[in-house]
Design a protein around this ligand. Structure first.
Ligand code: HEM
Ligand code: CA
Length: 810
């Protein structure tokens, strides 16, 4: 049986035993991913397969269908497994020949996105088996492309041992836990794996692949789709200074990327021993899907470059272990939970903790305190200066942290926010263990991230009317009681490959840094600016709020479309082409289909833009989702077009309603109301003030223009979170009441809300005393009144928050 260890590729030609080269040139479009069935396989000719053409079937027919599927699967399994093993051997040969290499080559234009984690590689073989047998079944049963999901979506017992998701976690602890798990499991108690890291992206619509699971590459009018690079160079032209956003700051772009890295990280295929597959040097099939650079390319042709490396995403089995279309894997937790800060698996999260005082590790740099911990082995393949061995890249919950300095800065600020909160909580509550401090600080940071996302970020991206109609605006008081356990929070493939990439269009040519500007190509994977003692994180952050974003439109900076991760002139990547190619790799349906699903009618493009778009495609029905969506006119009050706004709004609605730990929820895991009100006071600007040396900042960090509606605020005296709402035990005494009939009293409240234990308050919540000038003769009467009052006061509850006696032991 198969070894579930290495990334292996089922879809490559056998090697010629003499030359050790593929025997036939492979054509990624028409290449069949699986060899014909074993001749030893049982024939199915005597079975009536017409029931697979029916939409409605009786229970008896369904049982018959399952039996047929079982037979086909059992007959084809060994062939599929053998193909995977052969592909593995072939990958090893490419590795041995030095074609696929461990570590990034100077022509790799994917940077840290290439670094697929070991957990994902373990899931890969399972994905290949499910895709392999599904393809055989679809072919044998003559199932049409459109009905594959419906006809094959059966959890066959024979396939369960191969499924990566057949073992469920034990969620007993999670039922009453105030804290999320690190990997996101057990959030939904009926569907324990929903939203967990290393689970598939879901879809809004079934995929549209070519020949079962091959990238969408054929036009509706036959012939190939236009090349991704051609669409990029002809339609996604260079952003010009004249098309700056009128209001959004460059920080809006950067927070968008930061948020994106919380909720999604696609896993790419790798070669033998995790090496990077080189699709430009070999002519092989899946998972190679190189981006062809046409002759006469306006930029790359001067370098005689004809190919940009592109490797397909890893296939995965589906979460319900049923057969069907090829799916892709999200390596991060789908929830907005700060997983890019803390890690999406226990090993990563533990490696980032100090295990004292609930704190996260910081870097020990002689010149600059409080940076992220250093990546001493340069696992992220950063480009480091030879002259200064202090300068290293950084470790965080998501390996893409080092992609460029603005991203490093936001990561650093939120790491500091965690440590500040942990210290604040520890100062008030001596008895709290490292674990409680870590958990509670992580819970608060997660809530702050959600609050900033829904209150500030989405507001400027989607605008009022969409925020309201999808119920995305947070409340100003009270709990949101809208948790819906039937809502799957999972990130949708259409969102990840296209809609949420709108931010690529907002990226400037350069990162402003004090009085200088640095082109992005000069700072990709270079942490140097962060170490600059003249400004570092503070300067990068201030300049993000101090400059405009580019508009969301078809235009992207050449820094992204010519120079992405460029290490050698002419050999950078093209992010617009990559986005288009990725959409095709994932079988994302064409733009007009999604537009219809989103109920977007009529003309939503500027006519010149629409004509330019149609000039590159044979027919409007071929338009890729990224290109069609990003170029729409923005919705009223927002900054993306109606189709992307719909996809984004639906996604964030699911992330809100489908998250048991959504910060505004009531219930077992809830914040006390007074705590929730503290979270609600947070803004991104305040978080920046609290954790940098910046002295003044726009009140709304997402808007650049300052004026009456967005005043500059001083960071001096910017309110901390009021940790008193987290203090366990008695509050201070309130004031004495007015003296009446020679008596007065005062009150205090007991804070035994989570995560305090019960019984943290000994004594009374009230004090009564005599007052005024009374005569000795009155004393006995006053004493009786005091006793009565004390009896009344004792009937009042003495606690202020939700009582909980379980969480303190967690
Ligand atoms: C300098 C800024 C940025 C750079 C260099 C960059 C680069 C990249 C690269 C190389 C990929 C992988 C593409 C692929 O292989 O399919 C990617 C994916 C992505 N980017 Fe960006 N990006 C930037 C900013 C942003 C922003 C501002 C947003 C959103 C507001 C964003 C959203 C996304 C999304 C949603 C993905 C897909 C993530 C996944 O599932 O793996 N990016 N980006
Ligand atoms: Ca997450």
């Amino acid at each position: 049986r198969l070894q579930f260890e290495k990334d292996i590729d089922p879809i490559t030609e056998p090697l010629d035993p003499i030359t050790n080269q593929p025997t036939a040139p492979s054509d990624p479009i028409t290449k069949q991913s699986i060899q014909p069935l074993d001749t030893t396989a049982q024939p199915i000719d005597n079975i009536d397969i017409t029931i697979f053409q029916k939409v409605e079937v009786t229970p008896e027919e369904q049982a018959m269908k399952d039996a047929i599927l079982e037979r086909i699967v059992s007959a084809s399994l060994s062939t599929v497994e053998r193909n995977i093993q052969e592909a593995d051997a072939e990958n090893k040969a490419f590795f041995d020949q030095g074609i696929d290499k461990v570590g990034v080559r100077s022509t790799d234009a994917f940077g840290p996105h290439l670094l697929t984690s070991p957990q994902a590689l373990k899931i890969a073989p399972s994905g290949k088996i499910f895709t392999g047998v599904s393809k055989v079944a679809a072919e044998r049963l003559n199932i049409s492309k459109e009905s594959i999901e419906q006809q094959l979506s059966r959890p066959l017992p024979i396939l369960q041992p191969f499924c990566a998701f057949s073992i469920l976690p034990d969620c007993t602890q999670a039922v009453n836990s105030r804290y999320r798990t690190i990997d996101g499991s057990c959030n939904n108690l009926n569907n324990k794996l929903w939203g967990r890291s290393f689970t598939p992206f879901e879809r809004m619509m079934p995929a549209l692949y070519d020949s079962f699971d091959q990238p969408r590459q054929t036009s509706l009018f036959q012939g190939p789709l236009p090349l991704a690079r051609t669409i990029s160079s002809q339609f996604h032209l260079q952003s010009v200074l004249g098309n700056l956003m009128p209001d959004l700051s460059h920080m809006a772009m950067e927070f968008g990327q930061f948020l994106s890295h919380d909720i999604q990280r696609n896993a790419l295929s790798t070669g033998y021993a995790g090496s990077n597959i080189n699709c430009c040097q070999t002519n092989r099939g899946d998972p190679c899907f190189p981006i062809e650079i046409p002759i006469g390319d306006p930029y790359y042709s001067q370098f005689n470059r004809t190919c940009m490396n592109f490797v397909r995403a890893l296939p995965t089995s589906k979460l319900d272990c049923s057969m069907g279309q090829r799916q892709q894997l999200n390596q991060n937790t789908h929830y907005i939970d700060g997983s890019h800060i803390y890690g999406s698996d226990d090993q990563t999260s533990n490696s980032l903790r100090t295990f004292t005082g609930g704190k996260l590790q910081t870097g020990a740099d002689p010149n600059i305190p409080n940076l992220l911990p250093k990546d001493m082995n340069n696992n992220a393949n950063c480009i480091l200066p030879q002259a200064n061995s202090n300068v290293k890249c950084f470790l965080a919950g998501d390996i893409r942290v080092n992609q460029q300095p603005a991203l490093i800065s936001l990561h650093t600020i939120f790491m500091r926010e965690h440590n500040r909160i942990a210290a604040g909580l520890a100062a008030l509550n001596n008895g709290w263990s490292d674990q409680i401090l870590y958990d509670e600080a992580r819970k608060i940071v997660g809530a702050i991230l959600q609050h900033i996302t829904y209150k500030e970020f989405l507001q400027v991206i989607l605008g009022n009317s969409i925020m309201t109609s999808y119920g995305l605006t947070p409340f100003t008081s009270g709990y949101f009681n809208g948790y819906d356990s039937s809502t799957n929070p999972a990130i949708k493939n259409e969102f990840s490959t296209a809609a949420f990439r709108f931010g690529h269009s907002m990226v400037h040519d350069s990162l402003k840094y004090g009085s200088t500007s640095h082109l992005f190509k000069d700072v990709f994977l270079k942490p140097d600016l962060v170490y600059d003692t003249a400004g570092g994180i503070d300067s990068i952050t201030k300049d993000l709020t101090d400059s405009f974003s580019q508009k969301v439109d078809e235009r992207l900076s050449h820094q992204l479309t010519r120079h992405l991760f460029e290490q050698q002139p002419g050999f950078g990547g093209d992010l617009a082409a990559i986005n288009i190619q990725r959409g095709r790799d994932h079988g994302i349906p064409f733009y007009l289909l999604l537009k219809t699903i989103c109920n977007v009618g009529g003309t939503v493009h500027n006519p010149t833009v629409w004509n330019a778009l149609n000039a590159v495609y044979q027919t409007q029905f071929d338009i890729d989702l990224f290109s069609g969506g990003v170029s729409e006119n923005p919705v009223v009050g927002g900054n993306v077009g109606p189709t992307f706004a719909c996809i984004i709004a639906k996604q964030f609605q699911a992330l809100k309603k489908g998250d048991r730990y959504y910060y505004e929820n009531s219930g077992n895991q809830a914040f006390a109301l007074a705590q929730l009100d503290e979270i609600r006071k947070t803004t991104l600007s305040k978080v920046i003030c609290r954790n940098t040396g910046i002295t003044s900042i726009p009140t709304n960090a997402f808007l650049k223009n300052t004026g009456p509606s967005n005043l500059m605020m001083s960071c001096n005296g910017v309110s901390e979170i009021d940790y008193n709402q987290w203090k366990c035990g008695w509050s201070n005494w309130g004031p004495w009441t007015i003296c009446e009939n020679f008596i007065q009293f005062r009150l205090r409240t007991c804070r035994q809300q989570k995560p305090c234990g019960a019984n943290v308050c000994i004594g009374n919540a009230f004090q009564v005393q005599m007052c005024g000038s009374y005569s000795d003769a009155d004393i006995s009467l006053i004493e009786i009144r005091i006793q009565n009052l004390e009896l009344d006061l004792a009937k009042q509850p003495k606690d202020s928050g939700v009582v909980d006696n379980k969480s303190s032991s967690e």
